[in-house]
Design a protein around this ligand. Structure first.
Ligand code: SF4
Ligand code: SF4
Length: 283
């Protein structure tokens, strides 16, 4: 932990919700998600940009004795680096921070598990009731096996939050793989480390995709003038070709192509990741 006094931060602080099997927010001590608190709602939401933001909130909160009022004042007094929000109407909560010394988990600094049982979430914009009652669509739309695939393959807050909230990416991976297997993907198969590694390599495309359009996008959504829409790749209009068989995946990876040859390269990369996964899974 860097910055101001952080000795109050316990290394084993852990959200009680994590004890519930299937928790997506805080699944285990190696990662967590903070997407609905505005974690990625920045034009530039790359890992190197988010880490200092989280460190700043965390060190400030603990250095001020976990006092939310003092925190808000001090937070407002410090000028953050210029980085516009993706969507103005989504609140980027200043109380999102790192929950452990090793900075493996992001989460709510006002949560009772961080504050000796005191629930301080009424000090935030949303309030305690809204914060505690919110469950994102991934809870209901991802199947048990789909949730497990993300939980078991990723041990890193940044990538975990991006993927667990990207329902299309996860579902389309399953669709591609299960179509080739002619069977459903079994959670049992994810016990094999090579299978998990191959799956992580696929999900890691979210962070390393060479055709990513960059800013102004989050998954298949693009943001403009405080509105968002679902992006499209204009295969027919621009190049008179059929949509890619990986269209859904290409959209979630925020792809922008200059030539049809780019699309072939992109398809080849995705195909390689899927084949690697199947080789490990069936091997
Ligand atoms: S986006 Fe979903 S998984 Fe992530 S913290 Fe919010 S409710 Fe939990
Ligand atoms: S106070 Fe609410 S919005 Fe803010 S970090 Fe905590 S749970 Fe998220």
């Amino acid at each position: 932990m860097t910055g101001r006094n952080s000795t109050a931060l316990q290394s084993e602080i852990f959200d009680p919700k994590s004890a519930i099997d299937g928790s997506l927010c805080q699944p285990d001590p190696s990662k967590s998600c903070g997407a609905c608190c505005g974690l990625y709602n920045w034009q530039n939401h790359s890992r190197p940009v988010l880490i200092p933001l989280l460190e700043r909130s965390t060190s400030l909160f603990f250095s001020l004795g976990r006092n939310p009022d003092q925190f808000r004042k001090a937070y407002a007094d410090e000028a953050p680096p210029p980085n516009p929000k993706l969507l103005e109407t989504i609140y980027n909560c200043e109380f999102l921070g790192f929950l452990d010394e090793k900075k493996k988990r992001v989460g709510c600094l006002l949560h009772p598990s961080v504050n000796d049982g005191r629930d301080l979430r009424d000090h935030c914009f949303y309030g305690k009731e809204t914060c505690s009652a919110h469950y994102c669509p991934s809870y209901t739309q991802l199947t048990k096996a789909e949730r497990a695939s993300v939980r078991l393959s990723i041990d890193d807050w940044y990538l975990y939050g991006l993927v667990i909230t990207d329902i299309d990416l996860v579902k389309e991976f399953f669709h591609q793989v299960e179509t080739r297997l002619g069977d459903s993907l079994k959670e049992e198969g994810l016990k094999n480390r090579k299978v998990r590694d191959a799956l992580r390599e696929f999900f890691f495309l979210k962070e390393t995709w060479q055709f990513s359009s960059g800013q102004g996008r989050l998954g298949k959504y693009y943001f403009s003038h405080s509105e968002y829409q679902i992006a499209r790749i204009e295969y027919g209009k621009r190049w008179q070709i059929q949509p890619s068989r990986f269209d859904k995946i290409l959209l979630t990876l925020e792809s922008e192509f200059q030539t049809p040859e780019d699309i072939l390269v992109a398809e080849s990369i995705i195909e390689g990741k899927i084949v690697n996964f199947l080789t490990a899974y069936e091997g």
